[in-house]
Ligand binder design. Structure first.
Ligand code: NAP
Length: 247
C-alpha cells in the first residue's frame, strides 16, 4: 500500500479538475495538503474536503505566474506546515487559436501560467528540499508537449518547455535525493476538455487505443505513484497517461 503519512504537499490549481483529484488522492494516502488556486472559493472547497478525510489542509489564493504571489504562497506554506516534501505543478490554462490569429496575450498568458509558474514554484521549494535531502516534484505536462496539436502552439510550447524543465531540474537536484518527474495526460474529462464540441470529442476518442477519455483519477494515480517511495529510483521521466495515444 502507498502511504504518504507525515508528508506535506503543495498542489497548484487544485480548486478543481485534475489538481483537486490529485489533492484528494494524496490526502487519502496520508499527506497534509496546501491547496493553491487563483480562485480562493474553490481552493477552500477542496481544503474542506481534505479536512473531512482527517488531514490538515490550507487554502491559499495565489497567481502562480507571479513571483511575489508565489513567494507569499510558500511563506504561508512554511508557516503552517514547515518544509514542503511534495510539489505538484498542476495549474494550467489553454488559449487555443491558429498561429495566424494568435494574440500576443494568449501566447504570453499560456507560457506564464503553464511554464513560468513551475520555474517559480520549483525555485521556492528547491532550497528547503535540498536542505532536507529529500523531495518530490511532479509537473503536469501534456501529450501535446510530446506530439503537438494544431491550434495549440502556445500550449504545446509551454508543455514541451515543462518537460525540458523537468529533465534539467531532475539532473540538478538528483544528488540531494530529490526526484523530478512529469506526468503527461492525454484527453481527460475536465472543464478544460468540456469546451470541445461533441464532434471533436468523438474524433479524439477514435485516435485513442483504449477508446475512452481518461478521468482525473487516472492522472492522480500516476502522480501518487511518483510521489511515493515506490518511485524512489525514478527521476527525469515523463509518464504518459493517455490510453495509449502516444507510444
Ligand atoms: P482546469 O479544470 O481548468 O483546472 C485548472 C486549475 O488551475 C483551475 O482551478 C484554475 O483556476 C487554476 N488556475 C488557472 N490559472 C491559475 C493561476 N494563474 N494560478 C493559480 N491557479 C490557476 O484544468 P484541468 O483539466 O484540471 O488541467 C490541470 C492540468 O492538467 C493543466 O496543467 C493542464 O494543462 C493539464 N492537462 C489537462 C488535460 C485535460 O484533458 N484536461 C490534458 C493534458 C494536460 P480557475 O478555476 O479560477 O480557472
Amino acid at each position: 500500500m502507498i502511504t504518504l503519512e507525515n508528508k506535506k504537499a503543495l498542489i497548484t490549481g487544485a480548486g478543481r479538475g485534475i489538481g483537486k483529484e490529485i489533492a484528494l488522492k494524496l490526502a487519502a494516502a496520508g499527506a497534509d495538503i496546501a491547496i493553491c488556486d487563483i480562485d480562493l472559493d474553490s481552493a477552500r472547497q477542496t481544503a474542506g474536503e481534505i479536512e473531512n478525510l482527517g488531514k490538515k489542509s490550507l487554502a491559499v489564493r495565489a497567481d502562480v505566474s507571479d513571483a511575489d504571489s508565489v513567494h507569499s504562497l510558500f511563506g504561508e506554506f512554511s508557516n503552517t506546515f514547515g518544509t514542503c516534501d511534495i510539489l505538484v505543478n498542476n495549474a494550467g490554462i489553454t488559449r487555443d487559436g491558429l498561429i495566424v490569429r494568435m494574440k500576443d496575450d494568449d501566447w504570453d498568458s499560456v507560457l506564464r501560467i503553464n511554464l513560468r509558474s513551475a520555474y517559480l514554484c520549483s525555485r521556492e521549494c528547491a532550497r528547503p528540499m535540498m536542505k532536507a535531502r529529500q523531495g518530490k516534484i511532479v509537473n503536469i505536462a501534456s501529450v501535446v508537449g510530446l506530439m503537438g496539436n494544431a491550434g495549440q502552439t502556445n500550449y504545446g510550447a509551454s508543455k514541451a518547455g515543462l518537460i525540458g524543465l523537468t529533465k534539467s531540474l531532475a539532473r540538478e537536484l538528483a544528488s540531494r535525493n530529490i526526484t523530478v518527474n512529469a506526468v503527461a495526460p492525454g484527453f481527460i474529462k475536465t472543464a478544460m476538455t468540456d469546451k470541445l464540441s461533441d464532434e471533436d470529442k468523438e474524433k479524439l476518442t477514435g485516435q485513442i487505443p483504449l477508446q475512452i477519455l481518461g478521468m482525473p483519477s487516472d492522472v492522480a494515480n500516476a502522480v501518487l505513484f511518483l510521489c511515493s517511495s515506490l518511485a524512489g529510483y525514478i527521476t527525469g521521466q515523463v509518464l504518459t497517461v493517455d490510453g495509449g495515444l502516444v507510444m
